[in-house]
Design a protein around this ligand. Structure first.
Ligand code: ACO
Length: 415
């Protein structure tokens, strides 16, 4: 089989290399399109464009397959913890028990934030959205660690990665506590990564926080299932900003901005808002009708995905966990009935089936976070905690095989 693709236009023929990865569709290397033909490619929304080579995450949307460094997400969710997956993404292998303990200890050591950061939290108005606080706080980390701007050694990058992964839960909990006027909480070094985050959300001075294992397991799995998802919108932002050699904290802060959008990480918050708006199971049909109406901007939140057109493997894992959590700790029964009715109708409705619109990870994670008593406005923040290791791993990978500055072109249609 030839490894060249031919393009003919206006009586001329051009050739392009066809590249093959270890899995997934072949790729036509179009980087010489302009120099050969004087034309650009137009691909609005980048639906057919691979923007980099990567060995971190593989997705087969048709088969509902997601793998990190070769490991299937279902297997990881069944057998490993979030920190194992963080290690896998960053260090390219699952840790041994000893290595995992050392890694956990390293993150604990770094989990405190500079006391100067508190002045920043204090300055935000009470109704500030925690995602805006996250974005500003992560950008502000660069003022405390300016040496991270000109890193060129791999070890420096890994130190920066551990620092940000460790501090993000503390920043997230602080954003929440300041917003509600709760007393500041420091990390509890006797607790594991995910357990400590839940503790920081719930603790009060002189109070003992008891966490149920199912709660920790559910949140840890939510973090794990969000850890990386190849070149999604926010990760593409990390790579684009990183290609300018901007400060790594600036890259992450930009990605938080991208993730906030309700078509991306804001969707699980949107799911709960939608369920609250529908309110009772007998109103579901009316909203399904609205979701199908092209003249109505309403969309069924938590349904559909750019890549998964059959099912989202993360949603499968979370649905099981959601049911377990609801059995053990309960959730507003009416809420569950509305959610279940939406699922039942949409999964059998020609409109949704023919367009490959299935419940995505956000549909179930929204309900899990609701059951954990986490306020809606914190949902996307939790997505950030989960996704940070993916963003950093992609940034480190890009650093090791530098890209040109990302600089797309356009089809000019103006005056
Ligand atoms: N409700 C109703 N119709 C929908 C929905 C939905 N949730 N999602 C897509 N469609 C329809 C579109 O109207 C379109 O119909 P048409 O072909 O008749 O014009 C068709 O399905 C294809 O939709 P696109 O918008 O072209 O698909 P795209 O891949 O660009 O969008 C997206 C994917 C953004 C996730 C979309 O499905 C959506 O808005 N879903 C709701 C928000 C959501 O849940 N986002 C979370 C994504 S997962 C994540 O970020 C972790």
């Amino acid at each position: 089989m030839t490894n060249k693709a031919k393009l003919s236009y206006d009586g001329k023929e051009y050739e392009f290399d066809v590249l093959e990865g270890t899995r997934g569709p072949k790729v036509i290397n179009m980087s010489s399109l302009y120099s050969q033909t004087g034309m650009f490619a137009l691909d609005e929304g980048l639906t057919s464009t691979a923007t980099c080579k990567s060995e971190i995450t593989y997705i087969n949307g048709e088969a509902g397959e997601l793998r990190h460094r070769g490991y299937e997400i279902e297997w990881l969710a069944e057998n490993k913890t979030f920190l194992d997956v963080v290690h896998l993404l960053l260090y390219k292998e699952l840790p041994s028990k000893e290595r995992l303990d050392a890694f956990r200890y390293e993150l604990k050591k770094r989990s405190f934030i500079h006391e100067g950061m508190h002045k920043l939290f204090d300055a935000f108005p009470d109704d500030a959205h925690p995602m805006a606080i996250m974005q500003a706080s992560v950008a502000a980390l660069s003022t405390f660690y300016p040496d991270h701007l000109n890193m060129d050694k791999h070890e420096d990058y890994m130190e920066m990665a551990a620092r940000i992964i460790a501090k993000i839960p503390t920043i997230a909990a602080s954003a929440y506590r300041y917003k509600h006027g709760y007393p500041m909480a420091y990390p509890n070094l006797d607790r594991g990564f995910t357990e400590n985050f839940l503790y920081m959300l719930r603790t009060y001075p002189y109070d003992h926080v008891e966490l149920r294992p199912i709660e920790v397991k559910a949140l840890d799995t939510v973090f794990m299932l969000h850890a990386d998802h190849e070149q999604n919108a926010s990760t593409s932002v990390v790579r684009s900003v990183g290609s300018t050699h901007a400060h790594p904290y600036s890259c992450i802060s930009s990605a938080i901005g991208a993730l906030w959008g309700h078509a991306h990480g804001g969707a699980n918050e949107g799911v709960i808002r939608m369920l609250e708006m529908i309110a009772t199971p007998d109103r579901v049909d009316e909203f399904i009708k609205r979701a199908k109406d092209k003249n109505d901007p309403f969309r069924l939140m938590g349904f559909g995905h750019r890549v998964y057109k059959n099912f989202d493997p993360r949603a499968k894992v979370l649905k099981k966990l959601r049911d377990q959590l609801v059995d053990e700790i309960g959730i507003d029964a009416n809420f569950m009935k509305v959610a279940q009715r939406i699922e039942d109708i949409a999964l059998n409705d020609e409109y949704f089936v023919s367009r490959g619109l299935y419940p995505n990870v956000d549909f179930h994670s929204g309900l899990i976070l609701k059951a954990l008593g986490i306020p809606n406005e914190m949902f996307a923040v939790l997505f950030v905690i989960g996704r940070i290791p993916g963003w950093i791993s992609q940034l480190v990978e890009q650093k090791e095989a530098p890209l040109k500055i990302v600089r797309p072109r356009q089809l000019y249609v103006g005056k």
